[in-house]
Ligand binder design. Sequence first.
Ligand SMILES: C[S@@+](CC[C@H](N)C(=O)[O-])C[C@H]1O[C@@H](n2cnc3c(N)ncnc32)[C@H](O)[C@@H]1O
Length: 220
Amino acid sequence: MAERHREYYYKLAKKEGYRSRASYKIMQIDDRFNVFHDGDSVVDLGACPGGWSQVARERVGETGKVIGVDLRYIHPIDGVQFIIGDITDDNTMIKLLEMVGGKVDVVLSDMAPNIAGHYSMDHARSIELCRYAVDVCDRILKKGGCLVMKVFMGDMFYTLQTQLEKRFGKVIVHSPQASRPTSSEVYVISKGFLGTHNVRPKKLDKGDDGPKFVAKGGNF
Ligand SMILES: C[S@@+](CC[C@H](N)C(=O)[O-])C[C@H]1O[C@@H](n2cnc3c(N)ncnc32)[C@H](O)[C@@H]1O
């Protein structure tokens, strides 16, 4: 069943010229939750091989702007800029802030850790990447903006959800049809960013457990 599902979207992506099966997840999310608008600026974290960036590019139109970030090299896509780097590294964050040069309408994160096959470890790593995605929002997301983020479900999710609810007007947990039915991944669509007032502008304040978010509503 899961194999047939994977095969279906794999073939569809090949036929329709998308770089990943994941393209259909963001299409389905956008169709349902209205993430992209004409002229939007978008940051796509964990963008390789570029499927989500392709979809974002199509949906924000010619006047929009898409910037993708990944550890791995991404073959060029017309109208998309890429940064090769680790988003947990200050230098990548600084490059991103420079390239964005202001604020964006949408932050996407399909980032996934290297799967260790150990459920709680994979979950913890996924949560850590999500926290960096939230930190990116604190720095560059416009008031009213939207975050779409993949999470591997587990017990640490609920703290993350609470922190998202402090920052956004609406937080929805969703599993698009294009996600494998057996997968532990879910997508969190957070809309109506409330804006941040106390976020430190430059360097991340890293502790042993990643960045401390200093936004309205406290740390996490
Ligand atoms: C599932 S793939 C993304 C697929 C992509 N959304 C698409 O449609 O083509 C997850 C990506 O997250 C990237 N990633 C994981 N940790 C990262 C980090 N710390 N900084 C930047 N990218 C990261 C991986 O290199 C990998 O390419």
